[in-house]
Design a protein around this ligand. Sequence first.
Ligand code: NDP
Length: 264
Amino acid sequence: MNRLANKVALITGAGRGIGAAIALAFAREGAAVVLAELDLETAQRTARDIEAACSQAGIDGARALAVQTDVTQSTSVQHAVSEAQSAFGALDVLVNNAGINVFCDPLTMSDDDWRRCFAVDLDGVWNGCRAVLPGMVERGAGSIVNIASTHAFKIIPGCFPYPVAKHGVIGLTRALGIEYAPRNVRVNAIAPGYIETQLTHDWWNSQPDPAAAHQATLDLQPMKRIGRPEEVAMTAVFLASDEAPFINASCITVDGGRSVLYHD
Ligand code: NDP
């Protein structure tokens, strides 16, 4: 506990899934957390759950604020950052977590699918970085954690253009990490493999035989299970904390070894 004491963190897409797990883990480590989420009601419910869970764990004074945010809109993200600053003070940590699956065949994909994917999965990350960087650069401290994917360096046919956007997230992480390293602002990424969230359930349910699709996913995993959101959150805590002061422009894979395996 207290690995993030006195820090203020904003997490996008924190209403559920990996983002909610990160917000909870951060709060348990002493950070004040801002849940910047498309659906305000979901974010408010998650914020209440986080405060209650911390209180039950004997952590006094946990603070979680929900702010309606659409990461595709730079003004909306700027607004969330202003709300965070007004409530808790300057931001120390940003986690760009909001993301959507857009899995298409390249030649039948609509222009709208292409734009939707990039608007959330890449523009959204840039909008977050651009909103917090001026403050972090001015103070000479900050940690940005971008949630990429193993799709950021591996390709599965039929998943276009999601991996293109996620490759971009790694490029953005590396470029900004180098750009602001002299100002002590670290920019890193996490590449999760299969993690059990609504996103993965939606994908299994979109398959002709969801149970078979679920089993096929498990069979592909070296550890014979998929990951839990908390397992990504623990890595985010580490990267956000003062335990990783010399880790920058880097990406940590959290996939149980799946992306190293050559044959399935
Ligand atoms: P979920 O779909 O469970 O959660 C994503 C959250 O982001 C939702 O609360 C969603 O809100 C929110 N969101 C979507 N669009 C926006 C937007 N425009 N502005 C603000 N918030 C938005 O996804 P996961 O938790 O599974 O995924 C989180 C991240 O991890 C994503 O970047 C994903 O690409 C990445 N990832 C996930 C993996 C997995 O296996 N689950 C594997 C690799 C990477 P709402 O519900 O209102 O739409």
